[in-house]
Ligand binder design. Structure first.
Ligand SMILES: NC(=O)c1ccc[n+]([C@@H]2O[C@H](COP(=O)([O-])OP(=O)(O)OC[C@H]3O[C@@H](n4cnc5c(N)ncnc54)[C@H](O)[C@@H]3O)[C@@H](O)[C@H]2O)c1
Length: 263
């Protein structure tokens, strides 16, 4: 099935690694031109190289999404190079501590909310005027089932993501009349480099046997009996960013192997 993403321009935050990089590669494989945003310059360069090596088109779009003026400047650069931005994928996030709420610091909480919630709002604020002018746009926000179902030891992170879910629904109501769709994709545990690094650290703390038991317990909580892979999430993102989903807006699609079944 042709997603008709050929020549579309997509701005992907946090695509210097992990899931964002996978989205960049998959959009480019569909013929889209990708603006690779991140704060990690080396990660951006690697993603741009990988896209180009695969025969796709990508440009670096470095900036900190907590800084509205920096995003606005970057948007102007991308529009000067690629002519417009059709699709925004709000993917960048930080999860600073796997700890009980009262053991986390207000500073970490502040940073998580700034990157996840303000970052998403800032990017929408910078990109929506152009989308409204052109009467075309797609925004896909990456949230998490930790926010939809609740998750101990991720309270700050899931609170910020919960804000993004509310933003998705409210802004979708405002901009639908301009032919702009806004949706969210909500992964549960997914084998991104971030998760694999977390597992490596946990293994050092609790040992290999306990880690294996923990992973098995997690798998059993998933009806599909597996942890998600980056492509599972990417397929949902590409669908929602395409015109195949033109009548879908304000929705949150969990990609979670059935971990939580939310109405
Ligand atoms: N991996 C999982 O299991 C999982 C589960 C549910 C949801 N998610 C969500 O998926 C998305 C991607 O996660 P990932 O696992 O690939 O993580 P990741 O840490 O590999 O990627 C996040 C990227 O965001 C970038 N970033 C951080 N702060 C930024 C800022 N201020 N401006 C621009 N970029 C910034 C980081 O440099 C990094 O490259 C996140 O929104 C995450 O919350 C992941």
């Amino acid at each position: 099935m042709d997603l008709k993403l050929n020549d579309r321009v997509v701005f992907i935050t946090g695509s210097g690694s992990g899931l964002g990089r996978k989205f960049a590669l998959d959009f480019a494989a569909e013929g889209a031109r990708v603006a690779v945003n991140d704060v990690n310059a080396a990660g951006i360069a690697q993603t741009v190289d990988l896209v180009k090596q695969a025969g796709g088109k990508a440009m670096p779009a470095p900036c900190d999404i907590t800084r509205l003026e920096a995003i606005a400047e970057m948007v102007r650069k991308v529009e000067a190079e690629y002519g417009r931005i059709d699709i925004l994928v709000n993917n960048a996030a930080v999860l600073l501590a796997h700890a009980l709420f009262l053991e986390t610091s207000p500073e970490d909480c502040d940073r998580e909310i700034k990157v996840i919630l303000y970052g998403t709002l800032n990017c929408a604020r910078a990109l929506l005027p152009g989308m409204i002018e052109r009467q075309y746009g797609k925004i896909v926000n990456i949230v998490t089932d930790a926010a939809r179902a609740g998750q101990e030891r991720e309270v700050n992170y899931s609170s910020a993501k919960g804000g993004v879910i509310s933003f998705t629904k409210s802004i979708a109501r405002e901009v639908g009349r301009h032919n702009i769709n806004v949706n969210a994709v909500s992964p549960a545990a997914t084998n991104s480099p971030m998760r694999l690094e977390g597992l490596r650290q946990l293994k050092e703390k609790i040992g290999e046997q306990k880690l294996l038991e923990r992973e098995e317990k997690i798998r059993r909580a998933y009806p599909m009996r597996r942890i998600g892979e980056p492509e599972d999430v990417s397929h949902a993102v590409l669908f929602l960013a395409s015109d195949l989903a033109r009548h879908v807006t304000g929705q949150v699609l969990s990609v979670n192997g059935g971990y939580a079944m939310l109405g």
